[in-house]
Design a protein around this ligand. Structure first.
Ligand code: AMP
Length: 187
């Protein structure tokens, strides 16, 4: 049973690797960014509330995102494992997740490490093809800044044998291979 947390800055290839891992392990991909973007697209009350926050690359409140994730992890399809992508992003979220998973802790925390220049370049390339409203240069810099300021504290929250650092600057297939090795290392 694998309960995986994938951590990495925007543009680290987290989404691509998350999809591959979920297919390989047959577990649901819990992407908080994806869930929030879906809420905005649906035009729901929640979507209207968070639209501006997402567009600026800022974080929605810890309380809101924690309740969304708590509800999602309580569904049946998470009973045999899951992959978290984009949550937790702050220390408070990491502590809230510990409480949610009190009797079934994360089995693998995987950090994708990519140099700053590579991330900016990848995000700008993606902006050209995807037209994501949060992929302009200023917003990109802001998202990386937010990541560096807040999310690193999340990495510090996890340590020991369940934590793995992977070089995310290699090719997609190479990174995927390294990730699988880590997933097979502990089960
Ligand atoms: P992502 O696709 O993971 O980069 O997330 C896109 C945007 O959704 C972020 O820039 C935040 O505005 C918001 N978001 C996603 N996950 C979280 C989270 N765990 N806490 C707060 N905001 C989040």
């Amino acid at each position: 049973m694998k309960r995986v947390l994938l951590v990495g800055p925007p543009g680290s290839g987290k989404g691509t690797q998350a999809e591959k891992i979920c297919k390989y392990l047959n577990i649901p991909h819990i992407s908080t960014g994806g869930m929030l973007r879906d809420a905005v697209a649906s035009g729901s009350d929640l979507g209207k509330k968070i639209e501006g926050i997402l567009a600026k690359g800022e974080l929605v409140s810890d309380e809101l995102i924690t309740s969304i994730v708590g509800e999602r992890l309580g569904r049946d399809d998470c009973k045999n494992g899951f992959l978290l992508d984009g949550f937790p992003r702050t220390k408070a979220q990491a502590q809230a997740l510990d409480r949610i998973l009190v009797d079934k802790p994360l089995t693998h925390i995987i950090e994708l490490v990519v140099p700053h220049e590579d991330i900016v370049k990848r995000l700008l390339d993606r902006a050209k093809v995807q037209a994501r409203s949060d992929d302009t240069i200023d917003v990109i810099e802001n998202r990386i800044k937010v990541y560096e300021a807040q999310t690193k504290t999340v990495v510090e929250h996890y340590s020991g044998s369940r934590f793995f650092k992977i070089d995310g600057s290699k090719t997609i297939d190479e990174v995927s291979h390294d990730v699988r090795k880590v997933l097979e290392h502990l089960s």
